[in-house]
Design a protein around this ligand. Structure first.
Ligand SMILES: Nc1ncnc2c1ncn2[C@@H]1O[C@H](COP(=O)(O)OP(=O)(O)O)[C@@H](O)[C@H]1O
Ligand SMILES: [Mg+2]
Length: 278
């Protein structure tokens, strides 16, 4: 079980102090698929990085099975929007290298894991291909195989399908759901796409912005695979209403920011990086 207790985080820059997360408390059960949803800039990646152990909170605690998170560990794999594959290695070697990094010394065991997971993502046929020969969807499937091969307990995914076209994304939703059902990993999946969150999650945690905190924690009681658009739309509509108020808030505050430039800032240029992508 992952437990976040009153987690707060701020960043300080020339523009001042930005309270990104404020008092976020959340428990995620073993094997659960949780989607963290919210507009761009609300602190989703910051929260995921804290769970990954890539950053530390200002206040509050994060723990897995009662053990405080003190840094990255083999119990957690992270996957990003960019596949971050090595272009000079074949598909097979990319997955193998991930296993080497995770401390798997036995070559035969590595080879067998590489085969198992490349088959799971339906890329065994492409094992000797290089990254430039793969489509965007295939790259993310290799990244998924690499993340899963060391058998982590928790899979942390930061908008992994955001750069893909809608059709490829839908196919990957079904594949990820199947893989999750077979492996029963705990998944924390970050997205700004409501439909994606509803198609994938046992639970959708909607984050409010400025500062980021939990606004809505909605169980999604739909059978899988969730290919019935009508069922999905029902949840999407409800969650969308809540999300829209957050997006509007970000846009309003961005405009306010533009009218009140910090000393030394270029008027009208928002350097906060908030708001894009939704
Ligand atoms: N290392 C950092 N230094 C300064 N500001 C940061 C840093 N990381 C994130 N931020 C700011 O924190 C806010 C939340 O960022 P992030 O967690 O990436 O949001 P999201 O993933 O929801 O889009 C943004 O306004 C971003 O500019
Ligand atoms: Mg992000």
């Amino acid at each position: 079980m992952i437990a976040l207790d009153n987690v707060s985080k701020h960043f300080t820059s020339k523009r001042g102090t930005h309270h990104v997360l404020s008092d976020v408390s959340l428990t995620i059960d073993e094997g659960q698929f949780v989607c963290l949803l919210g507009p761009s800039g609300c602190g989703k990646s910051t929260l995921l990085n804290l769970i990954a152990g890539l950053d530390t909170p200002d206040q509050g605690t994060l723990a897995i099975d009662g053990k405080p998170i003190a840094g990255p560990g083999p119990d957690r794999s992270v996957m990003f929007q960019d596949s971050a594959l090595f272009p000079w290695l074949s598909v097979r070697r990319n997955v193998d290298f991930g296993l080497e990094l995770a401390g798997f010394r036995d070559k035969d065991e590595r080879a067998s894991r590489v085969e198992t997971f490349l088959k799971k993502v339906q890329l065994w046929r492409f094992r000797d291909a290089y990254v430039h020969e793969l489509s965007g969807g295939m790259k993310q499937r290799v990244a998924l195989a690499r993340a899963l091969a060391p058998d982590p307990r928790v899979l942390l995914m930061d908008e992994p399908f955001a750069a893909l076209d809608a059709q490829t994304r839908d196919v990957l939703h079904v594949e990820l759901t199947e893989i999750w059902r077979a492996t029963r990993k705990t998944v924390v999946f970050v997205t700004h796409n409501v439909r994606e969150a509803v198609r994938l999650g046992d639970r959708v945690v909607l984050m409010a912005t400025r500062p980021g905190r939990v606004k809505l924690d909605e169980p999604i009681a739909l059978a899988r695979p969730r290919t019935n658009e009508g069922d999905v739309a029902h949840y999407v509509g409800r969650i969308m209403k809540e999300l829209r108020t957050e997006v509007e808030k970000v846009m309003r505050e961005e405009i306010d920011d533009a009218w009140q430039p910090a000393p030394g800032a270029v008027p009208g240029s928002s350097s906060s990086g908030v708001g894009g992508g939704i």
